[in-house]
Each structure stands twice: as C-alpha cells, then as structure tokens.
Design a protein around this ligand. Structure first.
Ligand code: GLC
Length: 570
C-alpha cells in the first residue's frame, strides 16, 4: 500500500429532515497528507527511504519513496514527485470549487470564474461534472466529499419530479443541484438542496446519463477506498435498482441499445444524436457491469441480476458487430445490397451505401477503426464521438482488438482528434446546411465549436484511463503534457474552438471545474497506473459465453452470435 495515497475513512452519519432539506452531521474524517509532503516513518519492521531521483521528469524533481521490508527485499517503490506549479494551482482551484451543505462538503460547482457575472447554472453541482472531481479527491485519499455526494444525490433521486404536470419514471437522477438558504420563521434560515431534473434546464433536456454516472462513481468509491459498506446499504442498493430498472424497462424498442432523445448525454443540446447514441450505450454497459458487481443477490434482486446479464451479453454483441467500422467493414458497406427481406440479411438495417459521407472515404486509416456514433434503421451516423469510444475501451464493451484499433485511430488521426488541445468531442463538425437543419441553427454549436467539434479538456482523464488500460501510456503522456502547457495560462477553459482546437471557446466558461479535475486525475493516474486498474474492466468471458438469442432454440435459424463469437473472442 502506498504511503501517500492511502485512503482512510470514518463514515459520516446522515440525518434527514424534510424532503430535499437535510443536513449532514459528519464525524471527523481521516484526511491523508498530500503528495507534496512525504513522511518518513521508521518502525521495528520497516522503514521508508526518501531520495530525489534524477532525470525522470524534466518539469519537476521527483521524489521516490522506497518501502523496504527488513526480512524481504524492496517491496514497493512509490513515486511521489514534487508537484509542478500548475498542479498546485489546480489543486487549489479544485478545493475552492467545493460546495458545502450544512458544513459538510457535498460536491463542486461546475465553474468558478470570479469575473463571470451571469453564471446561469454553472454555479451548481452537476452530477456528471463532479465525477472527475470525485476521482481526484478519492485518489488523493479524500473520501468524505464523495460519500456525501453519493448519499445526497441518492436522496434527490426519490424527489417528486414534474415537468408541466408530467412525472417521469422513478430512478432519475437530477442533472445538477444547488444549495439554497431559505428563511424560516423569525431570523432563522435553513439550507436546502434544490435539484434540477431538466425542468429548468435549457431545452428541458432529458437526463439519461446521470444515474449511470452515479453508479459508476459508486463503484469507483468502493474500489479506491476499500469501503464497500456504502454500496451495501439498503437505500443505496435500492438506488442502484431504481436506475437499472428504469434503463431495463421494456419499451417499444427492438434493439438492446437504449433509445433516447437528443441532448440526453454530455452533449446536452440538439446535435442529431437522438436514437441509440454510442455514449449512452457505453455508459449503460459500464453501469450494468457495475450493477452486476455491486448488487447483493437476494430473492428480491435475482430477476434483475438475470436481466442485467442478458442485456450485457446482447448489448456487447450488438455494438461490437453493428457499430464497428474499419477499412474492411467500410468496403462491405460500400457494396451493400439493400431491401433484403429475410432473417439472414447481411445489410440488416437497410443502410444505403450512398450515405457513406465523402470525408470518411479518405479519413478511415488502414490501421485502426472506431465505433460509429449511432445506428438506426437506414441510418448510420459515421461521426467519431470520443467519449463513447473511450468508454467502450474502458468498459470492454468493444473487443480487445477493437480497443487497440480505437487508440490506433486516435494516434493516426492525432491532428483531427487531439490537435492543439485534447480532445475533440466529435469529428467532424456539422457545417452549413447540415448545421442549420440538425442543430436548429444553434449559434453556440457552430462548426468546430462547443459540442459541434469543439475540444474538451475534461475528456483527458478518460483518454488517460483508456491508454493505461491498453498499454499506450506514451499517447496519454503526450496529450497530458500538451494540456499542461496551456490550461493554466488559458485559465482552465471549458472547451476550445476551431478545427485543431487552437482558440479558447467562443462562449467557454473559465475556471471550469471538470477541466481542472480532469487534468489532475490524469496526472495522478499516470503516476500511479496501478490505481487505474480499479477504474476499468477487462473482457468478461463468462458474458460472451452467454447466448440469450432464442432463435437457436426455435430451430428457425442458427444463432448468428455463435458464429460471430469466433471473430469476437481474442
Ligand atoms: C454543458 C455541457 C454538459 C455539462 C454542463 C456543465 O451543458 O454540455 O455536459 O454537464 O455544461 O458543465
């Protein structure tokens, strides 16, 4: 166990007053010292030697702690390099972004720009945005804020939600919440947590990914802190079930992928991603894997666990088989026959080859491939969406070979996907008439800006995680050092504009918390790659063995999954 990042926690006791207005009385938390301060301890059995190692990183003097066991040889060498000024600034800004509720930390604001007089809702705690902050805190050994956040958002999940008198299903998590001070009788005031389920959000967007992020963070909390009591709590187990039941509920759909409206993920404005966008599928798959790990199997949960297993298996087959494109697949699509009416059609979704965009013909490299953005009848959205592809690698939604190919593609198309600032949210941008029709002439989403091909530094931590998983630390280092050389001087923007991410985004907030936290999380992961393995998943062979396709049993047709498995298993 490392000297510096060792987590230690005392569980806060939670007391709830009325609905949505509750206070946390937390007992003292054992905070860990930060990586700049290195403690030398000597005891009977072991001692730690600290010395400055030369020549590892140019920008800072790395300290290395060797833990030496008296009876054995060196057991562990932990890098505790001295932080650069930019990292010190980032930690300070992250701490300054912390939001307190009844005296306890519960999250971080989305952006904290002192010069911004119209922060809209950026002064709120966004569930999705808090994830990199939470990881930075957890990796530094601070669990209290994450635990509080998980428990408070869980309470908000059961809030009665209405949009124009309509109540969406149980299990939704809010997009964001704000701590408000309300006046009581006399001079007294009370703090309340005020959630936004989309009823105030710009465009009234639906919020699919937030429950998924909540589950992913819950698992990360257990893995990093070793405190599994939180996920075992009855209310937390109920929270997991509510989110997953909502996602697994039967609908009108024929596909195992989730059907959602436009703007229901990180891209929360109209960008033509309604249907079955990859980002949602990758986060859905990840949270199903989390659920599979965390749910206590009882008589009450065994049906849900069975449904999770079936869905995992069907979803991974669907995405691996139908979302994948590389040179070979492109050539197949190019020669597709259409209007095939039969069970064994090759062109199952009746894709007309004419829809292959011109840019893609020259763009797709010989080496590498990627998962397309969306798939519907007669529609393949060939845009490359970074978050979905990265989460497919991280969660093993894609095969080991596909994972490698995705990183090869990013490396091969570095100028397009990384350019001057990692990483582009999607490639390419919608332009001209396409932009007008698909975005509804959205001035924030003009070509190569914001969601429409803008570059988002917060994607860096997920890229770092995917690279570490696939043994491509070189790529992650290159991206992180590029970000490090600019982010501080540019005042931590939310996003960058232009085809290569050269300029600070037109309407980008400054001091954006997930930019800061994403950078810090990437730095800590690069220095402690063993921690990264707590956050990703390897291929699950048991799932691949599971064939949920009933066709084979009816004798109508041999299950195509069995035939496909030989190509999938590596
Ligand atoms: C923007 C992003 C969204 C993020 C929010 C707060 O709306 O599209 O993903 O959660 O800002 O930073």
């Amino acid at each position: 166990m490392s000297t510096v990042f060792r987590p230690g926690f005392a569980s806060p006791s939670i007391a709830f007053a009325n609905r949505g207005s509750f206070c946390v009385a937390s007992r003292a938390v054992v905070r860990q010292q930060h990586s700049t301060s290195v403690e030398t301890r000597v005891n009977e059995n072991n001692f730690e030697r600290i010395y400055v190692q030369n020549g590892i990183a140019a920008e800072a003097k790395p300290l290395v702690v060797e833990r030496i066991d008296k009876d054995e040889n060196i057991r562990e060498v932990v890098s505790v390099r001295e932080e650069s000024d930019i990292e010190k600034e980032a930690w300070k800004l992250l701490n300054d972004a912390v939001v307190r509720y009844c005296g306890s930390p519960v999250g971080t604001v989305a952006a904290n720009d002192p010069g911004d007089k119209t922060p809209l809702n950026y002064d709120q705690v966004f569930i999705r945005d808090f994830v990199p902050s939470a990881l930075a805190f957890l990796l530094r050994g601070e669990g209290e804020i994450v635990r509080n956040f998980l428990l408070h958002t869980l309470q908000l999940q059961s809030w009665e939600k209405t949009v124009d008198c309509y109540s969406p299903g149980q299990g939704l998590m809010p997009a964001s919440f704000k701590v408000r001070t309300v006046s009581l009788d006399g001079d007294k005031t009370e703090e309340v947590l005020d959630p936004d389920f989309g009823e105030s959000a710009i465009g009234r967007v639906a919020l699919w990914t937030l429950g998924l992020w909540w589950i992913i963070l819950l698992r990360a909390y257990g893995k990093i802190t070793g405190d599994y009591t939180l996920q075992e709590r009855v209310d937390v187990q109920t929270g997991i079930k509510l989110v997953l039941n909502l996602c697994l509920a039967d609908g009108f759909d024929m596909f195992p992928s989730l059907l959602v409206t436009d703007g229901s993920c990180m891209i929360d404005r109209r960008m033509g991603i309604h249907g079955h966008p990859l980002e949602i599928q990758a986060l859905f798959y990840s949270s199903l894997r989390c659920g599979r790990e965390m749910l206590t199997v009882t008589d009450g949960s065994k049906n849900l666990v069975r449904a999770i297993n079936n869905r995992l298996s069907a979803l991974s087959f669907h995405i691996r088989e139908y979302y994948w494109v590389d040179m070979k697949k492109m050539n197949e699509i190019y020669r597709y026959k259409t209007e095939e009416y039969s069970l064994d059609a090759t062109n199952k979704f009746n894709i007309y080859p004419e829809q292959i965009p011109l840019w893609l013909m020259d763009w797709i490299p010989e080496e590498g491939g990627y998962l397309i953005g969306n798939l519907q009848p007669a529609h393949m959205d060939f845009r490359f969406f970074t978050l979905g592809n990265l989460w497919s690698v991280i969660s093993s939604l894609s095969t080991p070979k596909q994972n490698e190919a995705i990183l090869n593609l990013i490396e091969g198309k570095w100028n397009d996907i990384v350019g001057h600032m990692p990483l582009k949210i999607c490639y390419p941008a919608l332009e001209n008439e396409e932009w007008r029709i698909i975005t509804g002439s959205d001035p924030k989403n003009t070509a190569w800006s914001y969601h429409n091909g803008g570059s988002w530094p917060t994607l860096l931590w997920q890229f770092t995680l995917a690279c570490i998983k696939m043994g491509r630390i070189d790529l992650a280092r290159k991206a992180v050092s590029m970000a490090e050389s600019k982010l501080g001087a540019d005042r931590w923007p939310e996003y960058y504009d232009t085809r290569t991410g050269k300029f600070i985004g037109k309407q980008a907030r400054l001091y954006q918390t997930w930019t800061i936290a994403g950078f810090l999380t990437s730095k800590v992961l690069l220095e402690n790659p063993e921690k990264a393995s707590l956050l990703f998943w390897e291929e699950d062979y048991e799932l691949l063995e599971m064939c949920v396709c009933a066709l084979s049993k009816t004798g109508r047709k041999k299950c195509s999954r069995v035939a496909a498995k030989s190509q999938i298993l590596v």
